[in-house]
Design a protein around this ligand. Structure first.
Ligand code: MN3
Length: 256
């Protein structure tokens, strides 16, 4: 089996496994233990040609868990096809290079010196791994006291944050992400094109840097099946499934 075939087969297996898990009820809610900063062990560490360093993390909820806000089919395709493709393409781009054992964060920090496939797919893997953890079927999560104080100071409250974050998400022309970051001791809103993110050296120079607290995927693939051209409705729906506990934990991590 050549490498191209192998990658394709691996992709088919990953996508199939996710569907099987869900179908037979094993896709239960669980803490997502695969850290986005963790460089997982290769599946076959004896053969570097088939080493698969990064893996598609399991969703910490079922595909349908975010209904009616985010629909099941979008979640399934987004995770099992789009995200899986970023992971597979990233592994292919890194295979046999001196960067193969770097963490995602290490790759992002020097991404301007790396091939564009690493930028696009490494960004895609980091962004989506974060995005799934920022979503929850659990209603009523809220910012921690410390995060709320920072939101109050910067945006005059939660409504102000939502309004300005929404503007950043709407103003991103074409595909990209909207971000809330912690930078230079304060909250900062920005957006990036394609799969770029605030951890990338190139973005930091452009003013969208710092530690990402929350990010929203505004690629059409993340909302088109349910919302078609109505991105604003998707942004509004996002607040209903945002996991403020996760955002608060990231804020605590950034400020400790
Ligand atoms: Mn996406």
């Amino acid at each position: 089996m050549n490498r191209r075939t192998w990658i394709y087969q691996s992709f088919r297996w990953l996508a199939g496994a996710a569907v099987v898990h869900q179908t037979i009820g094993l896709f239960k809610a669980q803490a997502n233990t695969s850290s986005i900063s963790q460089h997982n062990l290769p599946i076959n560490s004896n053969n570097p040609n088939t080493a698969m360093s990064f893996e598609l993390p399991a969703l910490p909820y079922a595909y349908a868990a975010l209904e009616p806000h985010f629909d099941a089919m979008t979640m399934e395709i987004h995770h099992s096809k789009h995200h899986a493709a970023y992971v597979n393409n990233l592994n292919a781009a890194l295979s046999g290079t001196p960067h193969a054992d770097k963490t995602l964060e290490e790759l992002m920090a020097v991404v301007s010196t790396l091939p564009v496939a690493v930028r696009n797919n490494g960004g895609g893997h980091y962004n989506h791994s974060l995005f799934w953890k920022l979503l929850t079927p659990q209603a009523g999560t809220a910012p921690s006291e410390a995060l709320m104080a920072a939101i109050q100071e910067k945006f005059g409250g939660l409504d102000g944050l939502k309004e300005q974050f929404g503007k950043a998400a709407m103003a991103r022309f074409g595909s990209g992400w909207a971000w809330l970051c912690y930078r230079d001791g304060a909250l900062n809103l920005c957006s990036t094109a394609n799969q770029d993110n605030p951890l990338m050296d190139i973005e930091n120079e452009k003013g969208c840097g710092g530690f990402p607290l929350l990010g929203l995927d505004v690629w059409e693939h993340s909302y088109y099946l349910k919302f078609q051209n109505r991105r604003a409705e998707y942004v509004t729906a996002f607040w209903n499934v945002l996991n403020w506990d996760e955002v608060s934990a990231r804020f605590a991590q950034a400020t400790r």
